[in-house]
Design a protein around this ligand. Structure first.
Ligand code: TXA
Ligand code: MG
Length: 316
């Protein structure tokens, strides 16, 4: 394993069918040639990711979308125009050229154009798009620095392209279409309200998209130590006597063993950017439990609450 900033080394590895960890504005991705089934298979192996969980295909421009997607609804066109490059993934009808493994056999594929300059430069160097999930072992907290990737997947990734800490810090928002209605699959780096300002109402997904029992993917983004979400003052009483690491939005909790205030000035962007790094740091400390609160359910707060709820969910 090597960490570096050489786009050409990264490109050479990817052309040879190897994995490369790449920086994006949201989190680091574990990338492979999206058209090479063997390379894609090695992503699943490295992450120990179940085959029913599809990958996002990263494209360099609008034209490359047409190499993986059959049809683009007008609203999707408007969203690409407005938010790409950026933290928005669109789930669209796929072409047969996309390996089944990428889409978990679904008739759709998730596509996005990342905003990180090194990711874009890399994509422009290559003549294929990159399939990439977040570069963490399945179910664990997503990585927002090259070192996070090295710590956990270093032995399985020949090259980690270091683009510095991710500036958005939570994964892309994922939307798709059900009977011509745009629906939300995952809240993320672009708030749903901002999307609605462009295309009107975004619905809740009705279909069970992934072929798994509901709840199986409920626990995710989870550190090794248990996470509890609620009213921090009460959680501190419940967990009295333990080394409690508190993650709070604006208020500080001097009674906690450790307390990280994510956004002292109330900027939700700050909270999103640092959330995963703070969860990791607490997991690597002597803390026995992470206690956190519900963030304001608006803007990026929706993505933060989604990640915290799933970090706190019961494990299968
Ligand atoms: O910001 C991001 O989206 C990051 C960076 C690396 O781009 N990627 C990421 O990938 O978060 P991952 O694999 O951790 O999450 C991808 C999720 C899947 O778990 C699934 O929920 C959804 O995207 N997805 C992908 N393809 C889909 C499809 N065809 N239909 C429905 N959901 C899909
Ligand atoms: Mg992930």
């Amino acid at each position: 394993m090597a960490i570096g900033t050489d786009i050409h080394t990264a490109a050479a590895q990817l052309r040879s069918g190897a994995l490369v960890a790449i920086p994006t504005e949201t989190v680091y991705g574990l990338a492979a040639n999206a058209f090479d089934p063997e390379a894609v298979l090695s992503i699943f192996t490295a992450k120990q990711r179940p085959a029913f969980d599809p990958l996002i295909v990263h494209v360099r421009d609008r034209a490359q979308v047409d190499t993986v997607v059959r049809a683009v609804p007008a609203a999707a066109e408007a969203l690409m125009e407005r938010f790409w490059p950026g933290p928005l993934t669109l789930v669209l009808p796929r072409r047969q050229s996309v390996p089944d493994l990428v889409t978990s056999g679904l008739d759709t594929v998730g596509v996005r154009m990342p905003a990180h300059p090194m990711a874009l430069e890399l994509l422009h160097t290559l003549d294929f798009p990159l399939a990439a999930p977040s570069a963490n072992p399945f179910g664990y907290v997503s990585p927002t620095t090259a070192q996070h990737v090295a710590d956990q997947l270093g032995a399985k990734v020949p090259y980690i392209l270091d683009g510095g800490p991710c500036i958005v810090g939570v994964e892309s928002t994922i939307v798709g279409w059900e009977e011509d209605q745009c629906v939300l699959y995952r809240p993320g780096g672009i708030p749903v309200e901002v999307i609605e300002a462009v295309i009107g109402k975004v619905g809740q997904a009705q279909k069970q998209v992934l072929p798994v029992a509901p709840g199986l993917l409920e626990s995710h983004y989870a550190p090794r130590i248990p996470v509890h979400i609620g009213v921090i003052a009460e959680l501190l009483k419940e967990h009295a006597g333990k080394r409690s690491a508190v993650i709070s939005f604006q208020r500080s909790y001097p009674a906690a063993w450790r307390n990280h205030v994510l956004a002292p000035t109330g900027r939700m962007e700050d909270a999103a950017r640092d959330l995963f790094a703070v969860l990791r740091a607490m997991d690597n400390s002597a803390a026995e439990v992470v206690l956190t609160e519900v963030f304001p359910q608006e803007g990026l707060g929706r993505a933060i609450n989604d990640r915290l709820r799933r970090a706190a969910a019961k494990r299968a």
